[in-house]
Ligand binder design. Structure first.
Ligand SMILES: Cc1ncc(COP(=O)(O)O)c(C=O)c1O
Length: 497
């Protein structure tokens, strides 16, 4: 039996009552229940229609499903093409099929909606336990940016990231802003930041009138180039413009080369802040991503590997930094009876309700990481034989969470631009997105220094021109992955040069 989530939820016992099966289909929003024999082979399927007909024929809700008239399940072998799946459904007049392996054991469920409906890039994926924590917040009336869910969420995040302290806030951007404030950098200080990233990495520097120095990516991992960083820091030191900190992004969930970057940071006495917004659940050097810098920040935005709808957290081992971050996140109130404030501060705390969502999501983090890694491997197995395709590599000593699978298409091997691929896929109901536009190409960052990987190569700009991110939601079914692979293959094979 596979560990396919949808499939597991569809399996019902042969002695279950009609009521139990109906509740299960309803709760899991699936069209088909599967009854298996003791060897794991499919005995029959149960649909809403089967149940409706049985009830109309006089069956009672507490009767066992074995009273339903026998019905042969419609099955298809693995790797059946999406178009053929639709044909099979039409031929049998059904809206769902069971995919079985060579031994006749079910390995996936496919329904019509999956084959024709839109597939989103990285939608939220609730684990089922979130609502109980949110309900608890209502029951206790902790409907506030404080309370037991928030305390528990922070404790679990600290443990998860192997840090002494976690401060949960309203977004990853807010967490990075607090990180910059907590470092007490003077206005105008130079901060070395990954060039290939989402704008949320750099906005907090600009809030603080810090000066971003944009460091190109390296080939392969597309994360900050240690060579470019070292050259820029040494050039700055030689011209008396010494930088003040490094802000290192872990792109698409794969860790940057933290070992080399930390060595450079230590040599030059620069604090390292990790923008781990995308990399919760990744591992570097046997420690969690976000366990290495002075401060690290996670995002729980709706598209991230786990979500609180919007939210973030700052983690650190330094009690003074944690205390300062909490103080700045709550309007900078001085510790006196009355409302006294001596510094510019923010209203950045996470709500106790959203922390409840976060608690439920933490329960399933390892499943979500496993699912995204499996999706990456499936894309790789299904596409990497095509010429002109490159997948993001993991840094040495690391294992990424594969939050997004980004592919680079080589314009010398393919006569089609990534945006044309994106539009064609969109017509087939598949959402993809371009790779991040590098900061040095953003109007917002016009005029800031940029250190390319080498004199001849700018990795981030090439990535932007070549890359697309494929759907990687952890609730993506195997059939949906196959549909995406088939669509990409067909577009590329028609456009080989
Ligand atoms: C690399 C990176 N940094 C920062 C952020 C900002 O996080 P948030 O959207 O939670 O503010 C994001 C994501 O949105 C991100 O991907």
């Amino acid at each position: 039996m596979t560990d396919n989530d949808t499939l597991q939820r569809a399996i019902v016992r042969s002695d279950a009552s009609i009521r139990t099966v109906m509740a299960r289909l309803d709760r899991n929003r699936i069209k088909l229940g599967l009854v298996l024999d003791e060897g794991g082979r499919l005995l029959r399927t149960v649909t809403d229609g089967d149940i409706r007909r049985a009830l109309l024929g006089g069956a009672l809700l507490d009767d066992a499903i074995s009273c339903l008239p026998p019905q042969r399940a419609v099955t298809v072998p693995e790797k059946t093409a999406p178009a053929q799946l639709l044909q099979e459904m039409d031929r049998h007049g059904v809206n769902a099929l069971v995919v079985t392996d060579a031994a006749g054991e079910p390995v996936d469920l496919v329904d019509r909606g999956m084959l024709s409906g839109a597939i989103l890039l990285s939608p939220p994926h609730m684990g089922g336990g979130e609502a109980a924590h949110v309900q608890q917040a209502f029951d206790d009336n902790w409907v506030a940016p404080a309370g037991p869910n928030l305390d528990a969420f922070e404790k679990r995040l600290a443990v998860l990231s192997t840090r002494e302290h976690a401060v949960a806030v309203s977004s990853g951007t807010a967490g990075l802003h607090l990180a910059m404030r907590a470092l007490n950098l003077p206005r105008g200080a130079r901060v070395y930041v990954s060039d290939l990233t989402f704008v949320g990495s750099v906005q907090p520097l600009l809030y603080e009138r810090l000066e971003p120095v944009l460091i190109d990516a390296e080939p392969g991992t597309w994360n900050m180039s240690p060579g470019a960083l070292r050259r820029q820091i040494e050039a700055d030191a030689a011209s008396d413009r010494k930088g003040a900190a490094i802000l290192l992004v872990h792109l698409y969930g794969q860790s940057a080369n933290v070992g080399e970057i930390l060595t450079i940071a230590e040599e030059h006495g620069l604090p390292l802040v990790e923008d781990a917004a995308e990399s919760l659940g990744a591992v570097y050097d046997n420690r969690p991503s976000g366990a290495h810098g002075v401060i690290s920040v996670y995002s729980f935005n709706g598209n991230k590997i786990i979500t609180t709808s919007s939210g973030g957290a700052l983690v650190t081992d330094d009690p003074k930094i944690a205390e300062r971050a909490r103080y700045l996140a709550t309007q900078g109130r001085d510790p006196v009876e009355h409302y006294q404030h001596g510094t510019i501060a923010y209203n950045y705390r996470m709500s106790n309700i959203l922390a409840g969502v976060g608690l439920g999501q933490l329960d399933v983090l390892s499943d979500r990481v496993a699912a995204r890694r499996a999706i990456f491997e499936r894309y790789k197995a299904g596409l990497s034989d095509l010429p002109g395709i490159a997948f993001q590599e993991d840094s040495p000593r690391s294992l990424g969470n594969r939050w997004l699978t980004s592919i680079e298409f080589d314009p010398n091997r393919l006569a089609i631009h990534p945006y044309q691929i994106m539009r064609k896929l969109r017509q087939g109901g598949i959402e993809t997105r371009p790779g991040w536009k590098p900061l040095h190409m953003q109007p917002l960052c016009h005029g800031f220094a940029f250190a390319p990987h080498s004199e001849k190569v700018t990795v981030s700009a090439a990535h932007f021109q070549r890359a697309l991110c494929l759907p990687t939601g952890s609730n993506l079914t195997v059939a949906e992955q196959d549909r995406i692979i088939a669509a990409v293959r067909s577009i590329l094979t028609e456009n080989l040069v």
